[in-house]
Each structure stands twice: as structure tokens, then as C-alpha cells.
Design a protein around this ligand. Structure first.
Ligand code: FPP
Length: 254
């Protein structure tokens, strides 16, 4: 691979960070897959895979903050994840509350803004309260925006946006002719957040699974077989290094 921008390939397939980091993606989105299989491989219950997944998330948030990534969106619970056994869903909700309670002071001191996307009104009350509390506390911060996708689905988000736009057309404040890409983007859960530059998926699958369907139009994709609990900053560096070597033409020519 070409060796330019902020990362140096030291020939042992290890990426070292130079102090002068350029072309860091502004928005990284991650499908944190493989927790269940990671646990199964170790003979552990799936829920312990999720618990280890939270630790992996801690490390990646820290690293993104350090690298001055502006937005990190993580797929923590999809609109389809309700199909899982109630016990697993409960553990995931509990882990979310624990994560927010335990990490909020440190995240705040690092300047992280903790936001969420998705219909959180369907989450247990305690999750909603902690998410709102976390956002209220951290919203003045200027650092990394950690965007937790919860009860999030790309199709659900597009329906949500279309309903909002439809209401405005109904009440006469908009006309059909006002519908354009910007209007749709501005009505998504991710309004005001730039589209992801790169979408990372761990766990070996090569699909989007209803994640950021509108926003991914020109995102770069990076897949790895590494299961989410094993995903370390070195893997993040590999993804960024790969991103930095892509030729983004947005349908044009150079
Ligand atoms: C997919 O792995 C992962 C999830 C559905 C949940 C992701 C959640 C976490 C990483 C931890 C919780 C996050 C927060 C913000 C506290 P999977 O269970 O589908 O794995 P599998 O494909 O191996 O079964």
C-alpha cells in the first residue's frame, strides 16, 4: 500500500502513528459485530461477549478522541435486535446504563459529547434518562461526538424523516418541490452530523444490516474478521490507514 498521510507501515503489518496525523476521517461509524461468537468460542454465555464489547468500545472511544476524530457512531442496538431473547436484550440495556453511569465523568473530562440516534422512546425508562442526562452534561463539550445508535434502523430513520416532512407539507410550511437531499438529511436522526467517511464492520460479515442507509452513499467500507471484543486501537489504525489510501471520487473522475 502507498505510504502517506499520518500512518507508517513498519513492514511487519503494524501501523505506527506519526505525530503529524493528517487525513483522519472526520466521521467513523462502526458495526460492532461478533460479541456472541467471541463468547461462544470461549465457552462463555453470549452476554459476556457483550460485556467485553463494552470494554472494546471504551478503548476505541479513547483512541478516536486521541486521534481527533470528530464523530464516532456505533451500532449498539438495532430495530431488529428486539428479536433476541428477552434476557439478552435486558443485559444489553443494563450494560448501556452501567456504561453511561461509569464512564460519563471520564468522557466529560475528555471533552466527549455523548449523543444518541434512533427511537429511544422504546427503550426502558432508565436508559432514556441516562442517555438524556449524558447528553445534557456533555453537550457543551468540543471534542469527539460519540453517537450511540440505539433502537436504530436505517429504514426506520427514513420513515421518521418522511413523516416529519409530510407533516410540514400537510400544514403548508413546505411544498413537494422543497424536497431535496439536504431536506431529507436535515430530518434524519443524524441531522447536522456529516455522513460517515468510513464504516467499519467487525466479525467477518460483509453487510450493512440496516445501518446508516441514507448516509452511507459515499462512505468507504472496511471489514475485518476480528470479533468486536478483540478489536483494538491497532485494528482501528489499519482501517484508517486503508481509508487514507482510498481514492474517493464521488462518482466523478480525477
Ligand atoms: C452484535 O454482536 C452486537 C450487538 C447487537 C450489540 C453491540 C453492543 C455492545 C458492543 C455493547 C453495548 C454497548 C453499549 C453502548 C453499552 P452479536 O451479538 O450479533 O454477535 P454474533 O454475530 O457473534 O452473535
Amino acid at each position: 500500500m502507498k505510504n502517506f498521510f499520518g500512518f507508517k507501515d513498519n513492514k511487519k503489518n503494524k501501523i505506527e502513528i506519526n505525530s503529524d496525523i493528517k487525513n483522519i476521517p472526520q466521521h467513523i461509524a462502526i458495526i460492532m459485530d461478533g460479541n456472541g461468537r467471541w463468547a461462544k468460542r470461549k465457552g462463555l454465555p453470549r452476554t459476556l461477549g457483550h460485556k467485553s464489547g463494552v470494554e472494546a468500545l471504551r478503548g476505541i472511544v479513547k483512541e478516536c478522541s486521541k486521534l481527533k476524530v470528530k464523530y464516532l457512531t456505533v451500532y449498539a442496538f438495532s430495530t431488529e435486535n428486539w428479536k433476541r431473547p428477552a434476557q439478552e436484550v435486558n443485559v444489553l440495556m443494563k450494560l448501556l446504563v452501567e456504561y453511561l453511569k461509569r464512564e460519563i465523568e471520564e468522557l466529560n473530562s475528555e471533552g466527549v459529547v455523548v449523543k444518541h440516534i434512533g427511537d429511544i422512546s422504546k427503550l426502558p425508562e432508565i436508559c432514556q434518562q441516562e442517555l438524556i442526562k449524558a447528553y445534557e452534561k456533555t453537550k457543551p463539550n468540543k471534542g469527539l461526538v460519540l453517537n450511540l445508535a440505539l433502537n436504530y434502523g436505517g429504514r426506520d430513520e427514513i420513515i421518521y424523516a418522511l413523516k416529519k416532512i409530510g407533516k410540514e407539507i400537510q400544514n403548508g410550511s413546505l411544498t413537494c418541490n422543497s424536497i431535496n437531499e439536504k431536506l431529507i438529511s436535515d430530518n434524519l436522526y443524524t441531522a447536522k452530523i456529516p455522513d460517515p467517511d468510513i464504516i467499519i464492520r467487525t466479525g467477518g460479515e460483509q453487510r450493512l444490516s440496516n445501518f446508516l442507509l441514507w448516509q452511507c452513499a459515499y462512505s468507504e467500507f472496511w471489514y475485518t474478521n476480528v470479533k468486536w471484543p478483540d478489536f483494538k486501537k491497532e485494528h482501528l489504525h489499519q482501517a484508517i490507514y486503508s481509508y487514507q489510501n482510498r481514492d474517493r471520487r464521488y462518482g466523478g473522475i480525477k
